[in-house]
Write a protein that binds this ligand. Structure first.
Ligand code: SF4
Ligand code: SF4
Length: 412
């Protein structure tokens, strides 16, 4: 069963509606009714024999658990703790483990912790090498460290600007070595990971060179992939692996700010996971974990998964809006769109996103911010300061002022 069929089945069960891709997305956004989820410490046990849903990972045809283990945090814990976390995840049906050569000793910990269960999981790792020689060396190291002779998905890592994109595809570049490794049977599929640069995302997806793409995506959607990039990947049958579903930890509130709800011991974490999992263009979502308690809680959310209802989405954005700006990855706007419609038809979240990118991006990526600004159909200068948007904003933003600041930024 492919992802669309799975989600259809899930939603037909929940809502009694048969629907196709776009309509399906609308239903996910509109939400479906659901029973309250267990909220005590026995979440995994309460989920009983429920399986974590598996989805087809694009043209790889691998059926991967929609919730996956991101190994980025394993260097923070010792070998035994890492083994406990990994084995617990496998015990509960997580069958996709993702790491990277540059996540310090994570590969070694994967090898020591679960190499003996190699037939129970798909393994993905990544290399930042840009040339063939570098990639070959890193791949051989990864194989050795993870005590395996085969990596299911090997990814060219952080190809996040035009020069990196050109370097990996040049003669003698990293892609060439990945192809050779595939021919030699050392790797199964070739993927790519891209941050921020939507031009590279577009080119990677449409190039036909990659079977998976890893992207940042969460309720804040600070890299703006929801509207175009995720559907484009779906159209080209490129498997979508989501990283930073919790914005690299920025959507993990401090202990004192935690509120139970939305299916987990912290509503922002559980709600963010359900937000991402509820997107029909997402095949699997990685969450970096460094404690068995986190693994248990996240598995429980994944096992009991249902898309957020409208009311729950609103609750989630209200909660994220209450987090300090620093907890929102320095993003002030959450891109929730609740400020819309604007009477003069300014696309407020996109205008604020362009301004955030303009401030945050390095010189070689400024063109992305400029393109987003130029793409606005109504210039933010058209704001008549009516204030209706402010009343709707869960983050309590002074939107008219921010728009004027954005205009000034682009006039500098
Ligand atoms: S204050 Fe400006 S941006 Fe907000 S709704 Fe009114 S016109 Fe639109
Ligand atoms: S300005 Fe406020 S309401 Fe509008 S998208 Fe951003 S956070 Fe949401």
């Amino acid at each position: 069963m492919n992802r669309r069929d799975l989600l259809k089945a899930l939603l037909v069960g929940a809502a009694g509606v048969v629907t196709g891709g776009r309509a399906l997305r609308r239903i996910v956004e509109e939400g479906v009714s659901r029973e309250p989820l267990p909220t005590d410490g026995q979440r995994v046990a309460d989920a009983g024999d429920t399986e974590i849903v598996r989805r087809r990972l694009g043209s790889t045809d691998l059926e991967v658990s929609m919730f996956s283990f991101g190994a980025i945090k394993l260097p923070n814990i010792d070998e035994q703790e890492a083994a406990d976390c990994l084995n617990l995840a496998l015990d509960h049906g997580v069958n996709f483990i993702d790491t990277a050569r540059n996540y310090r000793d994570s590969e070694e910990k994967i090898g020591k912790g679960i190499a003996h269960r190699r037939d129970e999981y798909y393994l993905a790792t990544k290399s930042t090498a840009r040339d063939a020689e570098g990639l070959e060396e890193e791949l051989n190291t990864s194989l050795r460290e993870m005590q395996t002779d085969y990596i299911d998905i090997y990814q060219l890592h952080t190809v996040s600007n035009q020069s990196a994109w050109e370097a990996v595809r040049a003669p003698g570049g990293a892609y060439e070595a990945a192809l050779t490794a595939q021919e030699d049977g050392k790797i199964g599929h070739i993927g790519i990971t891209v941050h921020r640069d939507r031009n590279v995302m577009r080119e990677a997806i449409t190039s036909g060179l990659f079977e998976t793409i890893m992207l940042c995506y969460n309720p804040v959607d600070s890299e703006g992939v929801a509207a175009e990039i995720l559907p484009l990947a779906d159209e080209h049958d490129v498997g979508v692996i989501i990283m930073k579903a919790l914005q690299g930890g920025a959507l993990c509130p401090p202990e004192e700010a935690r509120v139970e709800g939305l299916g987990g011991p912290d509503a922002v974490i559980a709600g963010s996971m359900r937000f991402v999992l509820g997107d029909p263009y997402v095949d699997t979502m990685l969450v970096g974990m460094e404690a068995t308690e986190q693994v248990e809680n996240n598995i429980a959310v994944a096992k009991a998964f249902e898309p957020l209802t409208d009311e729950e989405r609103r609750e989630l954005f209200d909660l994220i809006g209450e987090l300090r700006p620093a907890m929102r990855y320095d993003q002030t706007c959450l891109r929730c769109g609740y400020c819309l419609p604007c009477p003069v038809e300014i696309d407020i979240p996109e205008a604020l996103r362009a301004a955030d990118m303009k401030r945050a991006y390095a010189d070689d990526l400024q063109h992305i911010a400029d393109e987003a600004w130029d793409d606005l159909e109504v210039h933010p200068e058209a704001c008549i300061d009516c204030g209706v948007c402010k009343d709707r904003c869960p983050a309590g933003l002074e939107i008219p002022e921010l728009l004027q600041e954005a205009v000034a930024l682009y006039e500098e």
